[in-house]
Design a binder for this molecule. Structure first.
Ligand code: GAR
Length: 207
């Protein structure tokens, strides 16, 4: 049975979409734990409501990025994950961390990468006047927000959009595209060729 670990920093709505899909569809995996780098965030409650064990490893408790990354990596290793899904995890992970979990680390980013890497993606999309915006699920590599793209969804930017309206439209798509990719990774259906990724369809159910 494959093991899944999820990392959060806040609200946890993507976490919820994955846990909900796993529960409804019966992925046949173990959700080993949810780790947050912030105490008291709503996502920890989401995890508990699904009966998933939680841990807080606060980056503020560590003197350096490397020390935090190492503590986080050791906590993750102890859970023996096959896939680690970043669900609104808002810390940049160093090269040693990314290398340690290469091929197992997946992230969702609120833009159509490679446009709008980094923060404030919805505000920047409005400032730049783009007509389409969206979300990307990608493997984490050492180039920030630039690993192989596993799924994308585009939404129109409307004339009267605010950051709130646009982010809600994108978030709806995030919840739709992220769970099937996490499932495909757990089922070994993702093939990578450079920056290009291909996801094989799920096996036909016999029922
Ligand atoms: C989501 O929009 C996610 O795409 C974004 O943070 C939000 C977390 O919401 N992630 C990043 O910006 C990563 N750089 P959630 O906690 O409700 O899933």
């Amino acid at each position: 049975m494959k093991n899944l670990v999820l990392l959060i920093s806040g609200r946890g709505s993507n976490l919820q979409s994955i846990l909900q899909a796993e529960r409804e569809q019966g992925w046949g995996i173990r959700v080993r734990g949810v780790i947050s780098n912030r105490a008291g965030v709503a996502g920890l409650e989401v995890a508990r409501s699904f009966g998933v064990p939680t841990q807080v490893i606060a980056h503020t408790d560590f003197a350096s990025r490397e020390a935090f990354d190492l503590a986080l990596a050791e906590a993750i290793d102890a859970l023996q994950p096959d896939v680690i899904a970043l669900c609104g995890f808002m810390r940049v992970l160093g090269a040693a961390f990314v290398d340690r979990f290469a091929g197992r680390l997946v992230n969702i980013h609120p833009s159509l990468l490679p446009a709008f890497t980094g923060l404030r993606t919805h505000a920047r999309a409005l400032e730049e006047g783009v007509k389409w915006h969206g979300a990307t699920v990608h493997l984490v590599s050492n180039a920030l927000d630039h690993g192989p793209i596993l799924a994308q969804a585009a939404v129109p930017v409307l004339d009267d959009d605010t950051v709130e309206m646009l982010s809600a439209r994108v978030l709806f798509e995030e919840h739709r595209i992220y769970p099937p990719v996490v499932r495909a990774m757990l089922e070994g259906r993702v093939q990578i060729d450079g920056l290009r990724a291909r996801i094989q369809p799920a096996a036909e159910s016999s029922s």
